[in-house]
Design a protein around this ligand. Sequence first.
Ligand SMILES: [Zn+2]
Length: 308
Amino acid sequence: MDSIPIDGFTVEPTEEKKTLRLEITRLFDDSPVSLPTGLISNGEDTKVCIISGQHGNEWNGIYSSQKFFKNVPHEAVKGTLIVIPIVNPLAFNEKSRVSSVDSIDLNRTYLNHSYRKPAEQIGTKLFAELFGETDYIIDIHGGGPGEYSPHVAVTDENLIEKASDLLLPDVYLGSSSSGSLASACAKENIPLFTVEAGKRRHIDRAYTDKIIKGLENFLKGVDMLDGKPQEGKPVVHSNKDKVTSPASGFFTPQVDLGDRIEKGDKIGELEKLFGEEKIIRTSVSGKILYLRSEKVVSKGENLIHVTW
Ligand SMILES: [Zn+2]
């Protein structure tokens, strides 16, 4: 596999499906940090970048993006398709959200002008050399201690129509955390679609099949693949609230992901260590887009995300 420094990377038309490694930086012992990358280009204008693995333990996205690249026929693609399934290889190799080399969340490093640690260098270089020149970015994630119902998040209502092409049942419109790729792209007017599906350290084929189908449909929608895109009809939510745990303990949910709940409904029980059980109720009405699956919870941690 060719290895190319990201600052020297230019897209040339490819005669066949190409995989290469994009060199980002070197660790203290001079070992390279490079990102496995799939490239197809016929030299035409539109450029789409599909990335995953900003968090190394979110495997639904990593599996889906590499599988999509393997499946798509080279000759069918018009424009340029760049797929980077593992954006933070140091974290992926530890099967962890962040790497112990720097303990930095890559998805909080964008445009924060810090350039010391490997994760910061990955974020800074990708944004400067690649993402800034891209027409559409799809960034695929999964949950943490809880599971996400598959959905697309966008920061601008003008992106809802394109987000619908990803054929997931829900679209969330809202701002993103400071330093995230979504907030950096919003500042620089780069259309970015954040896909969330499933939970950490799992590959759920029902979810990955949906994601792969959505990626294909999205490329039809931007004329990079032939065929009329299927019309997605997601429910659009522009509000989100999180129900957090009032105390530390053991949480037993009594709702399911995707349930519609009303203000005051019981969502589960919290049992405190050597202590009593407490009923947890939701303070808002809406759809449960995230549900905690880890049963041990600390005070203030998220139990559910409710959107409406
Ligand atoms: Zn993530």
